[in-house]
Design a protein around this ligand. Structure first.
Ligand SMILES: *Cc1c(COP(=O)(O)O)cnc(C)c1O
Length: 462
């Protein structure tokens, strides 16, 4: 045997309790997929073997977090856990004022209502489904100002989450800075495949927006994963800790919305955090209408406790290296099998390029939706569509046709093993082998909002 040449990453935890999975037969999966209208969101979780639908709320909490649940102070007002969470957000992220919400979109609703006036323009580094919808419902219009490289799945630029300042300047010139309440800046851009923004780019953005009196609102759902890529790739940050980098990112923004179901490894929770007292005052007032009193925001005390502990765990270097290490392990397997994926490999999942995988299926026949269904049928692995179905319709009713037509294999935090990742890569490779025989889908039911969650499809038979 050859000598080892490196120390591999491995999980910085051991397993204390397991959850048994149901194994299904091809016939059972066929029936389940048909009942689900070829939409993986409509499958019953019991019929799924390895669930890569999302990394949202699906992580495994630590024994510390589970203990935290027992420490819940369920007072209606002024829960001890709220103050612990507030302290943690100040210490780890540096934002001054905290408003808890039931999850990320609760915070998006509130900040959109406060800052956006009808007719405003909200530029951002690629849209996110719920974020853009709340901006639109508040009367704003989202404008994508991410660099062009982000729309090209082959381009290996290391910071595909970066903002193109020329695109921003064009909007400022065209509409005036007064029409732009804030730049919606996401770290680890989800829809681009979990791609990071660099601190250099963020500093330039900060300088530019400051000059024009425009705020930066940070979608910090996966800020720790973004920090990992900065540490690995950006000059001057190789010796900084994840904690230091996270804090620096946040310091360059005016406020943030957080889905704690991702980075912070809880099953439910989120928050809005801001530095301006007047924005906080309004948010504290609005949260009472939509979520709950400002010291619980739709959460139980125990949820806030688990979130505070999870935030601290999420910025540990050992945690984040293993987390992203597992994602990269799966991505490299896919590449070995010749499966076309978005590069570089992102922080929270693998994004398979369905346009390349199924080039014979036009976008109107939903190639990514089709591929997600086929992978489930092959092995019981559940993934999801991130393409024309997810993109939805414009306020005028026309379909958005995104350049990227992807199937997302999202890896829950601390849940699956390397052997599970092998099964996922092998199954995708099996489907790839028979790709020429696969036919597309037609949509037979379309809900009005966020259609990807509930739309139903049928196989096209010709
Ligand atoms: C999940 C997510 C949200 C919305 O958060 P929820 O907790 O699902 O409401 C917003 N932005 C990004 C980038 C996300 O991934």
């Amino acid at each position: 045997m050859s000598k080892p040449t490196k120390h591999s990453w491995a999980e910085p935890y051991k397993i204390k309790m397991v959850e048994l999975l149901k194994m299904t037969t091809p016939a059972q999966r066929k029936k389940a997929m048909k009942e689900a209208g070829f939409n993986t969101f409509l499958l019953r979780s019991e019929d799924v073997y390895i669930d890569l639908l999302t990394d949202s709320g699906t992580g495994a909490m630590s024994d510390q977090q589970w203990s935290g649940l027992m420490m819940g102070d369920e007072a209606y007002a002024g829960s001890r856990n709220f103050y612990h969470l507030e302290e943690t957000v100040r210490e780890i992220y540096g934002y001054k004022y905290l408003v808890p919400t039931h999850q990320g979109r609760g915070a998006e609703n509130i900040i959109s209502k406060i800052l956006i006036k009808p007719g405003d323009i909200v530029p951002g580094n690629m849209y996110f489904t719920t974020t853009r919808l709340h901006q639109e419902l508040a009367g704003g219009r989202f404008e994508d100002i991410i660099i062009d490289e982000a729309h090209d799945p082959e381009n290996e630029f290391p910071f595909k989450g970066n903002i193109d300042l020329n695109k921003l300047e064009k909007l400022v010139k065209k509409y005036g800075a007064k029409k732009i309440p804030y730049v919606s800046m996401a770290t680890s851009v989800n829809m681009a495949g979990g791609q990071p923004i660099s601190l250099k780019n963020l500093k330039e953005l900060r300088a530019y927006t400051k000059k024009h009196g425009i705020r930066i609102i940070h979608d910090m759902t996966r800020v720790a994963e973004n920090a990992h890529f900065i540490q690995q790739r950006e000059k001057g940050y190789e010796h900084k800790t994840i904690r230091e980098i996270v804090k620096e990112i946040c310091s360059l923004t005016n406020g943030a919305t957080m889905s704690a179901k991702k980075d912070a490894i809880v099953n439910i929770g989120g928050f809005l955090a801001v530095n301006d007292w007047d924005v906080f005052e309004e948010a504290r007032n609005l949260v009472v209408v939509y979520e709950g009193l400002h010291t619980y925001g739709g959460l139980a005390g125990r949820d806030m406790e688990a979130m505070a502990i999870g935030i601290r765990e999420s910025v540990s270097d050992a945690h984040i290296h293993a987390r992203v290490g597992q994602v990269i392990y799966l991505g490299e397997k896919m590449i070995e099998y010749g499966v076309p994926i978005v590069k570089p490999i992102g922080g929270h999942g693998i994004f398979v390029d369905a346009k390349k995988f199924l080039p014979h299926i036009p976008q109107d026949h939903f190639p990514a939706q089709t591929l997600a269904a086929e992978i489930y049928l092959d092995s019981g692995v559940r993934t999801m569509e991130r393409g024309v179905v997810s993109a939805g319709r414009k306020p005028n009713g026309e379909n958005y046709y995104p350049k990227l037509e992807l199937v997302r294999f999202t890896i829950p935090r601390r849940v699956y093993t390397q052997a599970h990742m092998d099964v996922v890569a092998e199954s995708t490779a099996m489907v790839f082998e028979k790709r020429n025989k696969i036919k597309g889908l037609k949509m037979i039911y379309e809900p009005k909002y966020l259609r990807f969650f509930q739309a139903r499809f049928e196989r096209i038979t010709d």
